[in-house]
Design a protein around this ligand. Structure first.
Ligand code: CA
Length: 486
């Protein structure tokens, strides 16, 4: 099936940061929600009308684990970059009175293994570059801690890198602030590199990244090179800022200032998507280009937002950092001209480590990688039910910081209708939560006590998986012993 003469489709991976499943005017649930009516993302609607929407696409609950799984095809329990990375040799775990956290891979990815506490793995762009692709990284990287090779996308197989480094958020969205965190007395660590020509031009960060991405993509087209554009927005991560192009309407509609900034960030992100889709058409490559839309974790809701905490992803419970659906379910759309049927929906569950085997299959590149993922290309070709019986796993032996529903140190499994969460904190009143996601998408009814057979079966499957990947567990400070497996 993989022959040298196979024409290679271009691939655009459009990745948004911290965007929730409901942060769009395109519904991903069985019914429209108030959030679908609040936000304006016409270009997501346009992509969905011409592509395939995935209603049960999953990532990890925070940034780095997702991004590392995306690039390596490995589950977080295996790659051990289980929490977010920042500065070399500094774990970002919030302190805990009862748990000691394991020595996880706090330095992120390091392909040559020269830095301790990293995952040594070959990355997606490296395979694609070898297959002849121009591999372009624009925007947020967040693959490795500062002062490690993995901080620089060029060390991971990208041929071009604009604005990607160790930081997981922007210093500022505003050109007047030089995209620097100086305005909030933040460390220079957060200053976005490479965009000096946009400083003080009034160009919002999302727009500057889009212009850069378009320029690099046109260059690849001019060079007749197949391209992999990893368009990775800093939006819609904090610190929110006013995007003057879009905020007025949301303020007029009565949204509070924070939520108006958030809605405008989303609309600016969506404009970027539209500009890239337009560019593909203008360059006459739209029919040869696969476009994949994804977010890296659920929408922020535990703090920093207007209104009630843990409510911003309704009908889902909770948000970023949570094992509940609000933390991990993502708006995903794929358009593969000639393969995906227009305006279709796929309810099969897929997860972030599936992207590497899927994209390599799209590129016609033999997959030599050891991967925990399964290609979703059959679903793109119209097959359904492929994920029936397949267990999906999450593992977070860490502490994010805020508290709320589903937020803690945990391991979890989703299989068919069910999700079981096992919390590591010994003091937690309910160590297990069992939800029927199909019937109770809001995770309101814990059935762990009422459905012991289901709980036991999933618990055993989760335990076997964690053992099989030699997953790290935290230590109970009181006993000095590792927290037992589920
Ligand atoms: Ca994120």
């Amino acid at each position: 099936m993989n022959t040298v003469s196979t024409p290679q489709p271009n691939i655009v991976l459009f990745l948004v940061d911290d965007m929730g499943w409901q942060d769009t005017s395109e519904p991903f649930w069985t019914e429209r929600t108030p959030f679908n009516d609040r936000y304006r993302t016409p270009n997501m609607e346009r992509l969905a009308r011409t592509g395939m929407k995935f209603t049960q696409a999953y990532a990890c609950a925070v940034c780095s684990p997702t991004r590392v799984s995306l690039l390596t095809g490995l589950n977080a329990a295996r790659h051990r970059v289980t929490n977010w990375t920042m500065v070399r040799d500094e774990a970002r775990d919030a302190p805990s009175n009862e748990l000691e956290f394991p020595e996880w891979n706090m330095n992120g990815i390091c392909p040559d293994g020269s830095v301790p506490n990293t995952v040594q793995a070959r990355c997606l762009p490296s395979y694609l570059a070898e297959a002849g692709y121009r591999t372009i990284h624009v925007g947020k990287a967040h693959f490795g801690a500062s002062d490690t090779p993995g901080a620089d996308p060029l060390n991971l197989g990208f041929e071009v890198n604009i604005a990607g480094h160790a930081a997981g958020g922007p210093g500022s969205y505003l050109s007047e602030q030089g995209f620097s965190g100086a305005w909030r007395q933040a460390d220079l660590f957060w200053d976005i590199p490479d965009l000096e020509e946009y400083h003080d031009t009034g160009t919002f960060l999302t727009e500057a990244l889009t212009l850069e991405a378009i320029r690099e993509t046109k260059r690849a087209v001019a060079d007749s090179k197949p391209f992999f554009l990893y368009m990775s927005h800093y939006a819609v991560h904090v610190p929110f800022a006013e995007d003057p192009r879009f905020i007025g309407r949301y303020l007029d509609e009565g949204l509070d200032h924070t939520e108006a900034m958030y809605a405008a960030l989303l609309e600016g992100m969506d404009k970027s998507l539209g500009d890239i889709l337009d560019m593909l058409e203008e360059q006459h490559v739209a029919d040869d280009t696969i476009v994949i839309f994804m977010s890296d974790n659920g929408g922020l809701s535990a703090h920093g937002r207007g209104g009630e905490p843990h409510s911003h992803n309704k009908p889902l419970s909770s948000g970023k950092g949570s094992a509940h659906e609000g933390g991990i379910r993502e708006p995903m759309i794929v358009r593969w001209p000639g393969v995906t049927e227009a305006d279709t929906t796929c309810d099969d569950a897929v997860i972030i480590e599936d992207f590497l085997p899927s994209i390599l299959e799209m590129a016609g590149t033999p997959d030599a990688a050891r991967t925990d993922g399964i290609s979703f290309v059959p679903q793109l070709r119209g097959e359904r039910g492929c994920s029936r019986g397949r267990p999906l796993f999450w593992h977070f032996p860490n502490r994010w910081g805020p508290t709320g529903p589903g937020i803690g140190s945990y391991s979890s499994i989703r299989r068919d209708d069910w999700k079981l969460i096992y919390y590591h904190e010994p003091s937690r009143p309910e160590r297990y939560e069992l939800f029927n996601i199909t019937e109770d998408i809001g995770e309101t009814c814990n059935l762990a006590g009422k459905q012991p057979a289901v709980r036991e079966e999933l618990s055993s499957q989760l335990r076997d998986f964690l053992l099989s990947v030699d997953a790290q567990m935290p230590t109970d400070k009181q006993t000095g012993d590792a927290v037992p497996l589920p």
